[in-house]
Design a protein around this ligand. Structure first.
Ligand SMILES: [Zn+2]
Length: 621
């Protein structure tokens, strides 16, 4: 037997025990939401769930802390204590809805967080937790004015996924639970605050901003940013927040967002979050984008000037269905968020820009996946779709496996049943499970009942989800555009054609990336110089091309690119770019020494999500 059945039996056993002991309440009890067990949280929502949060906080840039009160409305399912997750928070006191003091205690956990237990009276319906964050809270990055584009004021942003929200709000920090929230946030009066909620469109004099999020979300989607921000509309339901100096560029880059939204709705049903806005952050943001509901947080590194990197926005938008509407119940089920989103993202891109375009994305994605499997090891359990992250940081599961293997699995299903049936299946999946959480096991059952039951020859779902590597029946992308790039690269490498004579004028970022990635092994300095002279890779303003090129520069020890690479590493905090570059740099003593000097300067610009990874690579302490 495999793990999956053991888990199912364990869950059934627990459910039945409860029914036996409380026979008279059993029917009622079985209908109540059963929250999935989450090894990464101290909360016990099956006993007491905190389902609405009212946040009243002040953002203090002088001391780099957030302080105030978190009021949680409780759904009492029988327990006499409520448990929250905290990390580095100082708890000043806890009261109930009448202002009466409640006793609390802290259970020490590990570096990823502690438990806050509060004893409840029979009548306790709300708890008010008065607290202050630490100045190095893992979710928060505090930037001084010099670290922003406009240099006019400081900047703060949060990153909650996976389990960092607990470092700025005491909360039941498990994706198994959904909450609604409202917030009052006080900031310096020259700055604007925005959240994953209803948002202001201009600054106000008081510096106090109010927010509401009435659709229930998992706690990792709580998000806040504060800075010198301006808003501009892009479409009827879409707009952009950015520093004033970035706004015009961003509005140009994201011109197709409203079209993307319509394409997404045509595919998988109505958008349920009212508005879809994008916040462009300073370059320190550790991810490409974060799908905070109503307000995607995005890195400025996707602003290439030619709208060529906007598939990332299609990705974050797709999360409005997969992830935000139907949410992974635990971080072991992360592929349910990301695999579906990559599939959906590529369908949006295909709808807007055609099959050839989408096929390039598919092929690049497969390259990434193969690379990741090489790194993790072909038989590693970390290459299963369903993970086992107990006792580890859930961040360890955020690899291309969840994204690209998850995508391939869905693409395989699509090919098996045909696009029409598969689309209908997905539409129903999103609408029937909207605002709910999903485990891998429940998804498999749903898939069996709603899509696979009529098939004579069923795909081996178990192999895809619970076994390592890529099954043989994976769909193979085939891009005719990339075939031309292969020809061009071959002609250049063999000396048949000079770089400057290659026909590249119609190439998009994807073709360039594919071209650069295909230059395997260390090229000679003269070959590197020839490419650089012809195409200006070292000084490119396109972050994807720059990052791919710098990997070759390290491999070939092409020193001419090092000053530009240094500038890139010091300003850009996106982990996807940093990790392979520092990894490559750590391979020789000479490069490692250089990397450490650069990292010393760069580290204050990086969010903890990135420093955690790079510290490990460079053995930094
Ligand atoms: Zn995603």
């Amino acid at each position: 037997m495999n793990r999956f059945y053991i888990v199912i039996f364990a869950l059934l056993a627990t459910a039945c025990q409860e029914t036996d002991s409380e026979q008279n309440k059993s029917d009622q009890k079985m209908e109540k939401p059963q929250y999935a067990q989450d090894s990464h949280s101290f909360s016990k929502p099956n006993e007491v769930a905190a389902t609405h949060l009212s946040l009243d906080v002040e953002v203090d840039f002088d001391n780099s802390v957030i302080s105030g009160t978190a009021t949680h409305r409780l759904e009492r399912n029988g327990g006499n204590s409520v448990f929250f997750d905290i990390r580095g928070l100082t708890i000043h006191g806890v009261t109930d809805q009448d202002g009466d003091t409640l006793n609390f205690s802290i259970t020490r956990g590990n570096k990823r967080g502690d438990g806050l237990g509060i004893a409840l009276n029979e009548s306790t319906a709300e708890v008010n937790i008065n607290y202050v964050t630490s100045s190095d809270a893992a979710a928060l990055l505090w930037l001084n004015p010099e670290q922003t584009l406009g240099k006019t004021g400081p900047f703060l942003f949060t990153q909650g996924q996976a389990i960092l929200t607990r470092s700025w709000v005491p909360i039941q920090d498990t994706p198994a639970l959904r909450i609604t929230y409202d917030a009052n946030v006080k900031v310096p009066s020259n700055l604007m605050a925005v959240m994953s909620a209803t948002n202001p469109t201009s600054k106000n004099q008081s510096g106090i901003y109010s927010f509401r999020m009435d659709q229930p979300i998992p706690p990792y989607l709580m998000a806040l940013a504060v800075g010198d921000l301006k808003f501009e509309e892009v479409g009827k339901r879409t707009g952009v927040y950015a520093e004033p100096a970035m706004l015009e560029k961003a509005v140009y880059e994201f011109a197709d967002v409203e079209k993307m939204l319509i394409a997404a709705e045509d595919l998988y049903g109505p958008y349920k979050w009212d508005r879809y806005d994008i916040l462009v952050l300073p370059p320190s943001f550790p991810f490409g984008g974060m799908e905070n509901p109503r307000l995607t947080f995005a890195t400025p590194t996707i602003i290439a000037g030619d709208r060529s990197l906007t598939s990332l926005i299609a990705h974050e938008l797709a999360h409005s269905w997969s992830g935000n509407l139907v949410t992974n119940a635990t971080w072991d089920d992360f592929w349910l968020n990301e695999g579906f989103t990559v599939y959906f993202e590529k369908r949006i891109m295909e709808a807007l820009y055609g099959k050839d375009y989408a096929e390039m994305l598919n092929q690049l994605g497969l390259q990434d996946l193969k690379h990741t499997i090489d790194d993790l090891g072909e038989t590693s359990p970390d290459t299963h779709l369903k993970l086992d992250l107990e006792g580890r940081d859930p961040d360890a599961g955020m690899t291309d496996i969840a994204y690209e293997k998850g995508f391939l699995f869905l693409r395989m299903l699509e090919e098996k049943v045909g696009r029409e049936r598969f689309d209908k299946f997905l539409r129903n999946y999103f609408s029937e499970n909207a605002f709910k959480t999903m485990t891998t096991e429940r998804f498999i059952a749903y898939l069996g009942e709603n899509l696979l039951s009529e098939l004579d020859e069923k795909p081996d779902v178990h192999e895809w989800i619970f076994q390592p590597g890529i099954p043989d029946n994976f769909p193979k992308p085939n891009s005719s555009l990339f075939a031309k790039v292969d020809e061009a690269r071959e002609a250049w490498l063999s000396g048949e054609k000079a770089a400057s004579k290659l026909e590249t004028k119609d190439w998009s970022t994807h073709e360039w990336l594919y071209f650069i990635r295909g230059l395997e092994g260390g090229l000679s300095i003269s070959k590197m110089s020839e490419l650089d002279a012809a195409f200006g890779f070292t000084e490119t303003g396109n972050s994807e091309i720059a990052a791919a090129w710098y990997e070759h520069a390290i491999q070939s020890n092409y020193r001419k690119a090092f000053p530009a690479m240094e500038e890139f590493l010091v300003s850009v905090g996106r982990r996807k770019f940093l990790e392979p570059l520092y990894q490559k740099l750590s391979e020789t003593d000479e490069h490692l020494k250089w990397a450490k000097e650069v990292y010393e300067k760069a580290r204050p610009n990086y969010h903890s999500v990135s420093t955690q990874t790079i510290d490990e690579i460079l053995k930094w302490s």
